[in-house]
Structure formats: structure tokens, C-alpha cells
Ligand binder design. Structure first.
Ligand code: PGA
Length: 250
């Protein structure tokens, strides 16, 4: 059976002292969960977060990285750099990066490969816009994004990729996909993976839902057949709320 993975995405929020306090407060609240708990924090918080999360079950991730190993890329951070301080996860291709920072399916694919080269576990985001949904293109868009993101990976790498299905219209808007719609989309992604990499690989891949996940809707979403947890933005900035999401099945 696939485990449930709940990842917080702090986006551009939380100063180092706030990160430390948050993790200190969260740790005892989630220590008994069987679910995996990840916090994806701003670069500036990574080191503090990693230190504070030592000896807890909270894992730490970054929110982006560059695909080059080093070089003249002012302001960027490489996978090798993340690995050097023991970061475990990295979000790749979040819709905000696709929308505001020129992230493309091609750069997403490059970054996913480099993540594996550096033994980082990628959390790859896919999702449709409202216009695409209204045009009946959800499946086409998200399965194509998935296919392109994973191109050239081995079966083992695909099985170790976390995919986050995040409909763009649901991110930060308070509008959540219905549990049926979310499960349908996640299933479509899984079927695409089965078509390319085989059913065994597809059955093992963790596919999360993201987009206005809250303590009040986490349980119904995460209990759906194909949804393996969530990528949580706004609600991951509040300790109580986030701990309830992590403990949705307790
Ligand atoms: P939200 O963000 O939970 O605030 O909608 C989710 C995300 O962008 O990962």
C-alpha cells in the first residue's frame, strides 16, 4: 500500500526564527503519525530548518533549484548545493514558477533528472488552469505535463517521484476541487504512468492533491482511492492547522 505524504509549501513566507519556532511546535504534534511529513521552506530557512528538524520525523525540502551544477547563474541554487546540506526533497515545476519565472516542461524535466543525480526526491507539480478546465482539457493537460516531466527517467526514478496534482484555479483561492474531480485527475495521471512505465510503477507512485487543502477537507480528499496525501500552501503556515492535516487519519 502506498503511504500518505503531507508536504507543506511555505512559498516566500517565514523568517529563520519563525521557521525554528514552527518546527519546534510542530514536532510534538506530529510525532506519532504514520504519514510522511515534509516542509518545503525558503532557501534562507533551509539550514535552520534542517537543524531544528533533526531527531524528529519532519523532513525538509526546497521549493526550487537550478538544473546546472554551478556557474554564472546569479541568484540561483543548484541541486548539488541543496544536497550538500542534506536537503531531502525539492519541489519542481510549481505553477507559480511556471507562471512567473518561465518554468517550462523542458526545464522541469531537466531539473527532475538533476534532482535524482543529486539524490534529492522531486515533488513535481502539474495542473490545469480554469480556462483549460472549462474547455474540457484537464486530462490532456495534466497527463502531457506528467509525461514531459518524467521523460528519460528510469522506472525506478519514476517510482520515486512524487507528483502533486494542483489545479491552478484551486491554489490560494479557497476553492478546492471536489474529492471526486481530484481523484479522477490523479487517476488519469496514474493511468498515463502505467501506459508508459507499466502498472507496477504506476501503482507505486505517490500522487498528491494540492490547492486549498485545509484541516476541514484533508480527510475526505486523502481518503480517496488514488490521492496519496497533499501539497499544502496557506494552511502549512499555521502549526495547529497543519498538524491536523498531517493527522487527518487519527
Ligand atoms: P494553497 O497552495 O494550499 O495555499 O492553495 C498550494 C500550493 O500552491 O502548493
Amino acid at each position: 500500500m502506498r503511504k500518505k505524504i503531507i508536504a507543506g509549501n511555505w512559498k516566500m513566507n517565514m523568517l529563520p526564527n519563525e521557521a525554528i519556532q514552527f518546527i519546534e511546535e510542530l514536532a510534538p504534534l506530529v510525532k506519532d503519525t504514520e504519514n510522511e511529513v515534509i516542509l518545503c521552506v525558503p532557501y534562507i530557512d533551509l539550514f535552520y530548518a534542517l537543524l531544528t528538524a533533526q531527531n524528529t520525523n519532519i523532513k525538509i525540502g526546497a521549493q526550487n533549484m537550478h538544473f546546472a551544477e554551478n556557474g554564472a547563474y546569479t541568484g540561483e541554487v543548484s541541486g548539488k548545493m541543496l544536497k550538500s546540506i542534506n536537503v531531502e526533497y525539492v519541489i519542481i515545476g510549481h505553477s507559480e514558477r511556471r507562471q512567473y519565472f518561465n518554468e517550462t516542461d523542458e526545464t522541469v524535466n531537466k531539473k527532475v533528472k538533476v534532482a535524482f543525480e543529486n539524490k534529492l526526491k522531486p515533488i513535481v507539480c502539474v495542473g490545469e488552469t480554469l480556462e483549460q478546465r472549462e474547455a474540457g482539457k484537464v486530462e490532456e493537460i495534466i497527463t502531457n505535463q506528467t509525461k514531459l516531466a518524467l521523460e528519460g527517467l528510469t522506472n525506478e526514478q519514476v517510482e520515486n517521484t512524487i507528483i502533486a496534482y494542483e489545479p491552478i484555479w484551486a491554489i490560494g483561492t479557497g476553492k478546492t476541487a471536489t474529492k471526486e474531480d481530484a481523484n479522477y485527475a490523479v487517476k488519469a495521471i496514474r493511468n498515463k504512468i502505467a501506459e508508459i512505465y507499466g502498472q507496477t510503477v504506476a501503482d507505486g507512485v505517490i500522487i498528491q492533491y494540492g490547492g486549498s487543502v485545509k484541516a476541514s477537507n484533508a480527510k475526505e480528499l486523502f481518503e480517496m482511492s488514488d490521492i496519496d496525501g497533499g501539497l499544502v500552501g496557506g494552511a502549512s503556515l499555521k502549526v495547529e492547522e497543519f498538524s491536523k492535516i498531517v493527522n487527518f487519519n487519527k
